[in-house]
Design a protein around this ligand. Sequence first.
Ligand code: ZN
Length: 378
Amino acid sequence: MSEAGSESGERLVGLFLELASLPSPTGGERLVADYLKERLGRTGLMVVEGPPVGEGSQAAGNLYCHIPPSAEGTPILFSAHMDTVVSEPGAMPEPLVEGGIIKSGSRAVLGADDKAAIAAMVLAVERVLEEGRTHAGIELLFTVCEESGLRGAKASSMESIAAECGFCMDCTGKVGGIVVRSPSQKTIRARFSGRAAHAGVEPEKGRSAIRAAAAAIAAMELGRLDDDTTANIGTIKGGDAINVVPASCEIEGEARSHDPDRLEEVVGAMMGAINLAAAQEGVDVETVVVDEFSGFDFRSGGQPLELAARAVKRLGLEPSYISTGGGSDVNVLNLKGLKCVNLAIGMEKLHSPDEFIAVESLVQAHRLLMEIITEAAG
Ligand SMILES: [Zn+2]
């Protein structure tokens, strides 16, 4: 009998379907948080909830749970996020299984990103306790607001964390993929303030904020700048009417690089273009640069990478090492001092109503967790 059809496989799919049927748009994770508190509470574990991060009655805080060790070894932490993106406001999730594939039966996203990881984690802990498996200490961190700027992870307190290393389970692609390298990212915002004037009667008296913003963007080097570095201006807003010289314009963008010095250089050049264009057009400009997250690089080794790679091999798979341009909670946890890698869990076509995960992949993701727990206690 294949593992997908086994008792634990059926239980895993049932658990995932329950989680996926609870809407948890980013900032409104209440239903999933309550479900997890109740479900893990049944095993006798205490689940601690942090202060709410989103706004409104459906907001929730990060959940934290500790399973004290029963053996020597490396204490570990698993992390996943409870929120999902919203593909169509108001659409209710209707997860279904068809031909070994779990997908959405409505316009709502399935939310395997990241509930597949949550299901794999919860079942792992339940089995460890039920089967009396030895382990070296397991902590679970379920974050909120990952999809809206990693706000949950950023707000998380690491004070009580005993783990020596961690595993975020939030990467698309086949089980066995391990994200070993991720860039740092900075966000840039600029608000140009010119002077309004009638465009047909006295344009000479105006100072166009849109023209300044356009000149700044045109002077920037954007897109893929080198193998390690990207830059983008993602939004532009400005102007009030076609017959008015626009007095205001705002732009937002970002830069990412695996090389922190190069990132500084690129952001410096983007800021230079903004300030120069403002000066040449005679408008004022206010700018903000925010450190969104910092990168990591485990290509030369490290505890979480080695544990994950050994666990992947125990599944009979070959680890594949991924260098990504994206950022997730894993960047924040590394920044906070916990060495973490991000693991692929088999989910596909994320952030769209076509998102899906194969039952086989979900089961593999769960088995990978079980193997990491075993390896950490070895
Ligand atoms: Zn995710």
